[in-house]
Design a protein around this ligand. Sequence first.
Ligand SMILES: Nc1nc2c(c(=O)[nH]1)N[C@H]1C(S)=C(S)[C@@H](COP(=O)(O)OP(=O)(O)OC[C@H]3O[C@@H](n4cnc5c(N)ncnc54)[C@H](O)[C@@H]3O)O[C@H]1N2
Ligand code: MOO
Length: 413
Amino acid sequence: MEPRTATAPQVEGLVSRERALRDFFEAWEVPPHLKAAELVSLDDAAGRIAACDVFSSTTLPVVRASGFDGVGVRSSDFEAGSPDTAGWICGRDFVRADTGDDFPDEFDAVVRIESVVLSDEGAPSFPSDLRVKAGDGIRAAGSTMRPGIRLIAEGMPIRPTDLAALAMGGAGMVAVRRKPRVAFIPTGSELVPAGCSVKRGQTIDGNSPMVKHLLIEYGADPVMFPIVEDDPDKLREALDRALESCDAVVVNGGSAVGSEDFNVHIIEERGRVVHHDIAAVPGRPMLLGVIEGKPVIDLPGPAVAAFYGMQWCIQSVTARMLGTKTKTLPRVTARVEERRDNPPFMANLSRIELHRDGREFVARFLDPRKGSSLGAALASNAQRVSPLGEGALEAGSTIEVELLRGEEFIGES
Ligand SMILES: Nc1nc2c(c(=O)[nH]1)N[C@H]1C(S)=C(S)[C@@H](COP(=O)(O)OP(=O)(O)OC[C@H]3O[C@@H](n4cnc5c(N)ncnc54)[C@H](O)[C@@H]3O)O[C@H]1N2
Ligand code: MOO
């Protein structure tokens, strides 16, 4: 193994996240088998990505329907004003026609039930000034659904309302993109699984539960590997198993220059490294590589670094495999509470505790340099990625922050 040159955590001249992804997508192409669609039932289509445009084939109402709860009548009976309804018989002179009901063709209008008084025998009487025209209170054929309406477009995530549209448009099965299988391999002899007690020298694998559910959120099928200790042979073996069964591999940890950071070398010896070390912090030592035509990404170990790398990189790779777009987080404008210095040559992910001050949002940066913990950062309710080239943020200036919890959960400090 070649000795590596240590790079300081904050250095100038590294590639931007955007450039790293552009280069990666030039070096790696989505394989055809991932572009193939699979047919799933409507129930299983929720949250999946539509593989093609789907158009309606149905007409609803099939002929016509009542627009509200009421009484179906003949408009001709109302030509000379409100008719004398003594002796009217249901089915002959009128019918009950409630919202959405089809009813016999000889009745051409519906009078709202609120305008009708029904006798004990069920005969209706109408206000003397009631005007009724043909078509009143009737929903036309196709006013709910008609053939040719685009129900979902290719590449769109399928929402519950889309399921309603697809069902009513006549789609029993839906063509969706195959879920890419993404392996996650946590590495580090110091790691113990969540729920275990920790001894000196150990720490808890918090990334596996986080990454698993981020992958699910991105639309992938996560394949979670057990913790692999810092032993090159065991790491190689896990990587081989992951490459055999998955479409992409995320290795976690061992991305920097520590004496047991083997993953970078193992990826280098097996395939092509497109970029290692990105102008994004935390998580600068991220590695984007390709082995046997599959993305192999080494995600830095610290949990916030891993989260950020998942967001900007793995989410984009997964979206590419699914033929869809990455999600943007909702944003609000906030006032900066305290001056913040960021190196301008890195995209800095800052975790923020957002609170309200009257009608204003106030951003309190959680700064590890000022004693804030990684735990507090993980629990925070907002974040901001500084654009490359940005210097200090002055106290009192306004910025856009991304919400990690709904606005309804942001309270007074
Ligand atoms: N001399 C240098 N040291 C470091 C550099 C550097 O350039 N020179 N880079 C730093 C930066 S920046 C980062 S980011 C980290 C990258 O760390 P690794 O990806 O090599 O990860 P490890 O060394 O294996 O672990 C680092 C840290 O993260 C914890 N970890 C790892 N996996 C998990 C997990 N699944 N769940 C929770 N925590 C995890 C691990 O225990 C360590 O505490 O390197 C810096 N050092
Ligand atoms: O500073 Mo690293 O970039 O710990 O994530």
